[in-house]
Ligand binder design. Structure first.
Ligand code: FPP
Ligand code: MG
Length: 292
């Protein structure tokens, strides 16, 4: 089977599991949570988790709940990011953002519920006895990468740092936290479940850092000009910092570095290489791939 087909099957498994997780109730809150989660996301993070787990021999059934937990956290962050007090975006993936469809109060709670549910899923996921010890480690990693030291901390930098005081170093720190954290958590979770050794974990983290950097630089390239369009001051952005040409070169370098991290540790994963290389595709963003 070709790599695209294998990833397609993985994506289907993620959709099915998310359906299971989010069909517990039909309350307004669950409707808003489902609206946020089933609006055309690429499932990039759970695919990373499943592919990383597979690379180290973890069974997909074991990894799937954790992969979905990471996708729930990702979707919470998008719901909250779009709120008027943060980015004030009316559209997400070409459709009304969650607060536009359900109101700010429900959207806020839907985000809260997606985040807390992620930890419930991770805490309850069936694991073999000999792997129980890994659960605490994974929950610790995910909470750190999602929290103050990770994604939330990066979001704070995004809000508070103005473009004119930004150095290359601070910009990298910002995007590593804001976007990279959850991506690193995704690959690391798969690797921990596959009982990767220390040097293998290091390699996977290096891959995740570079995929995270590439992911946000690509997002900046595709979104360049959006701040001006919306009449707001430019937010920290690769294109306004380094220009378009240089940003494209940086994107290539990060993708190369991600693949090298795997090669150097002799880790073979067609999927992980493919997912990194996918970030080089810069054709105009499709309707369902709009981010803020
Ligand atoms: C798009 O992902 C997401 C990003 C580029 C990450 C941006 C980071 C935030 C919005 C952090 C927000 C944090 C808080 C705490 C509010 P994607 O292209 O994979 O989206 P998809 O799921 O639609 O495919
Ligand atoms: Mg945004």
């Amino acid at each position: 089977m070709k790599v695209e087909e294998r990833l397609k099957l993985k994506r289907k498994a993620v959709e099915r599991e998310l359906e299971n997780i989010l069909s517990q109730e039909n309350s307004l809150l669950f409707q808003a949570m489902r609206y946020a989660v089933f609006s055309g996301g690429k499932r990039f993070r759970p695919l990373l988790t499943l592919s990383s787990g597979e690379c180290f021999g973890a069974s997909p059934d074991l990894v799937l709940p954790f992969a979905c937990a990471l996708e729930l956290i990702h979707n919470y962050s998008l719901v909250h990011d779009d709120l008027p007090s943060l980015d004030n975006d009316d559209l997400r993936r070409g459709k009304p953002s969650c607060h536009k469809a359900y109101g700010e109060d429900i959207a806020l709670l839907a985000g809260d519920s997606l985040l807390t549910m992620a930890f419930e899923i991770a805490a309850q996921a069936p694991l073999r006895n000999d792997l129980q010890i890994k659960r605490g480690q994974i929950i610790k990693e995910i909470s750190q990468f999602a929290g103050v030291k990770g994604m939330v901390g990066g979001q704070l930098m995004d809000i508070t740092l103005s473009q004119d005081v930004l150095t290359e170093e601070t910009y990298h720190e910002l995007i590593l936290k804001k976007t990279g954290s959850l991506i690193i958590a995704s690959v690391k979770t798969g690797a921990i479940l596959g009982e990767a050794g220390d040097s293998e974990l290091e390699a996977v983290i290096k891959y995740g850092r570079n995929v995270g950097l590439a992911f946000q630089v690509r997002d900046d390239i595709l979104d360049s000009g959006k701040d001006a369009q919306k009449g707001r001051l430019p937010r920290p952005n690769s294109v306004s910092l380094f220009g378009l040409k240089d940003s494209e070169r940086r994107l290539k370098d990060f993708v190369e570095a991600a693949k090298n991290a795997l090669d150097e540790a002799s880790l073979e994963s067609e999927e992980l290489n493919y997912l990194a290389a996918k970030l080089l595709e810069l054709e105009k963003r499709s309707e369902n791939e709009q981010n803020s």
